[in-house]
Design a protein around this ligand. Structure first.
Ligand code: SAM
Ligand code: SF4
Length: 339
């Protein structure tokens, strides 16, 4: 009888207890950052001691475990991923990781003039760049330490580097940058890149502003854009939670990430890994698995990581509940969460 040789095994498929297919992980490669954005961090931040942070080799081992478990898309984030020492070593390894279909990165843009072409060469396909203001003074007030000119140079370096997609991310806050919505859209259109507007989430306790008062819903942002531009329905999807529209007469899309006004949990396809090696099942809940302990346990075998990831998924909650009018339930800041 002829024997059948199976050469192409089907990719593993991860499904949670609510039937959602999980194929996307965001890896925070550092909790540190050269900016202190007012919605993301407190002014005086304490960062993790070095011993608690995963080494780049450990992050790579976790990435392998995730891909073995069924993840096919990775996003590197932080903190600011491009200020981690030797980050290009990790990116090169991930760019060559078998089974990984897409490697992406989220950055504040400050280091992009230095790194953009190298990132594209090493296999980063899509890149998100945060940009909340086009006014140098306001940009400085929102980021506390950032330099707008440097970030715009970084955006232009990314455009020249030839990524498959560049998307700007803007967190809109009333009385802070809401009057810049159209300018930000026009900036994206002029550069033929996309832009997503994010509703601020109550992660970590901040006292720079009252999140309930500065809250600006995606519908308000959309109304503002529609005063000037026609937004056409679009089938565009990315691995993230944005709902996209094509801006008429342009090569740009506008996306809305609406954790408050349009809950996206039913379509959630992702998990996060913090730089301490906590596999977080949900942005707005604390269910997690400690992968660092498994990694550092000499007795654990390679399979132990993949098994822990698969079992951890059973903890994934159905949805998040955010309330801007009370103290945040989630004390970890976005730089710890890996946005
Ligand atoms: N440093 C990089 C950057 O700023 O793009 C990557 C990490 S940052 C935490 C990732 C994204 O999270 C950024 O687009 C940022 O605007 C967003 N973000 C941070 N804190 C947030 C919050 N409290 N609510 C909503 N978005 C937030
Ligand atoms: Fe840094 Fe990004 Fe947080 Fe701003 S949003 S403080 S750039 S990690």
């Amino acid at each position: 009888m002829p024997t059948t040789v199976v050469t192409d095994l089907p990719a593993p498929r991860l499904t949670d207890t609510f039937g959602r297919h999980i194929n996307y992980a965001r890896l925070s490669v550092t909790d540190r950052c050269d900016f202190r954005c007012v919605y993301c961090m407190a002014e005086d931040m304490e960062f993790l001691p070095r011993s608690e942070i995963l080494s780049l080799e450990e992050i790579y081992a976790i990435a392998q475990g995730l891909v073995n478990a069924g993840i096919n898309t990775l996003r590197l984030t932080g903190g600011e991923p491009l200020i981690r020492n030797n980050i290009l070593w990790l990116i090169e390894k991930l760019g060559a990781l078998e089974g990984l279909q897409e490697l992406t990165l989220t950055t504040n843009g400050s280091q992009l003039s230095k790194y953009a072409s190298e990132l594209a060469r090493l296999g980063v396909q899509r890149i998100n760049i945060s940009l909340d203001s086009l006014d140098p003074l306001k940009f400085k007030q929102i980021t506390r330490t950032g330099n707008l000119e440097q970030v715009i140079e970084g955006i232009d370096a990314a455009r020249a580097a030839g990524f498959k997609q560049i998307k700007l991310n803007s967190v809109i806050m009333k009385q802070r940058n809401d009057e810049e919505i159209l300018d930000l859209v026009n900036f994206a259109i002029a550069r033929e890149i996309d832009i997503a507007f994010i509703e601020e989430m109550p992660l970590g306790e901040i006292n720079e502003h009252d999140r309930a008062q500065t809250y600006c819903s995606s519908d308000e942002v959309r109304q503002c854009i529609e005063q000037r531009h026609k937004l056409l329905p679009s089938k565009k999807t990315t691995s993230g939670p944005s709902r996209y529209f094509k801006v008429d007469n342009s090569n740009s899309h506008v996306g809305f990430i609406s954790p408050h006004s349009h809950n996206f949990c039913s379509d959630c396809n992702r998990v996060r890994v913090t730089v301490e090696g906590r596999l977080l099942m949900c942005l707005g809940n604390e269910h997690s698995v400690d992968l660092r302990t498994i990694l550092r346990d000499q007795a654990a075998d390679k399979q132990a990581l993949t098994t822990a990831i698969k079992q951890g998924l059973l903890l994934k909650p159905e949805r998040h509940y955010f309330d801007l009018n009370s103290q945040p339930d989630i004390v970890r800041f976005m730089n710890m969460t890996g946005g």
